[in-house]
Design a protein. Structure first.
Length: 276
């Protein structure tokens, strides 16, 4: 998959785990736009998938076997187990340009149906999206703003601040996944797209429950008491609505319509929504 990351790059093949495996949180702002926040998996998650069919059963008099009529199916569910390790994040690139790149690469693909202009008041699309990212960070994160990323501390100390700030931001995004917008309760919780290599390609979901725990054996950051390793468990349920029409993979809106076995043995060879 080739995606332009910034104005100075023609495109790259995503090879790093965090580029191929992540959650995309889509926070609704109106009927036709949202703000996206990305949580990369820096360590391989454990994913358990399940789905069940509904059948009506008929026991015919004198027949030594039950007859079944398919009546539909429950939504697909996913159980995710992942962890974030402070010392691992220290080795990652946590600069603001990295977050800006994630925004630009995704929104460049979506602008065709969200009608987001390339230039907004002289501010580039990527810059505007990063400002929205800063706003989300400041509203969800307590105690430290994103400006910590641009502080004047020594290089080693600043990198520690970046890692801790990012870790706490990730956790607060996960917490926000079961909340609506308090200022506008009609805007419900974010939809979450699951991406993990070739197995799961932009699956639209809702977060039903989350659990956060600390790995006591990994210890804590001495100054802030931030756990060195945080374990997260998520229960997701698939949300397939689209425009309630025909399924078409990797096509805006229609990729989220329901697909059946005809999609697997037909041209799509997949049930996944797929990337835009």
């Amino acid at each position: 998959m080739n995606i332009a990351i910034n104005d100075n790059e023609q495109g790259v093949d995503f090879r790093l785990l965090e580029q191929r495996s992540r959650l995309e949180f889509n926070y609704p702002k109106s009927d036709d736009e949202f703000v996206a926040v990305f949580l990369p998996f820096y360590e391989n998650p454990i994913i358990t998938e399940s789905k069940s069919a509904n059948y009506a059963e008929y026991d015919v008099l004198g027949r030594a076997s039950t007859l079944f009529a398919y009546t539909g199916a429950k939504a697909r569910t996913f159980k995710l187990e992942l962890q974030y390790t402070y010392h691992h994040l220290l080795q990652m690139d946590m600069t603001q340009s990295r977050f800006k790149s994630f925004y630009k690469s995704e929104f460049d693909q979506k602008k065709e149906f969200f009608d987001i202009p390339t230039e907004l008041g002289g501010i580039s699309q990527a810059d505007k999206l990063y400002e929205e990212y800063r706003s989300i960070f400041d509203s969800l994160h307590t105690g430290t703003s994103l400006s910590t990323f641009e502080g004047t501390a020594t290089e080693g100390s600043n990198q520690q601040h970046k890692a801790i700030d990012t870790l706490l931001f990730f956790i607060n995004v996960l917490r926000s996944s079961v909340y609506n917008d308090a200022s506008n309760p009609l805007l419900g919780p974010p939809t979450v797209r699951l991406n993990h290599g070739s197995m799961y390609q932009s699956i639209p979901c809702l977060v039903k429950t989350y659990d956060i725990s600390f790995d006591e054996a990994a210890g804590y950051h001495v100054q802030t008491l931030t756990p060195n390793r945080i374990k997260v468990s998520l229960s997701l349920v698939e949300l397939r609505t689209g425009d309630f029409g025909e399924f078409e993979k990797s096509t805006a809106i229609r990729r989220d319509n329901l697909a059946g076995w005809e999609s697997v043995i037909g041209g799509n060879h997949s049930l996944d929504s797929g990337s835009l």
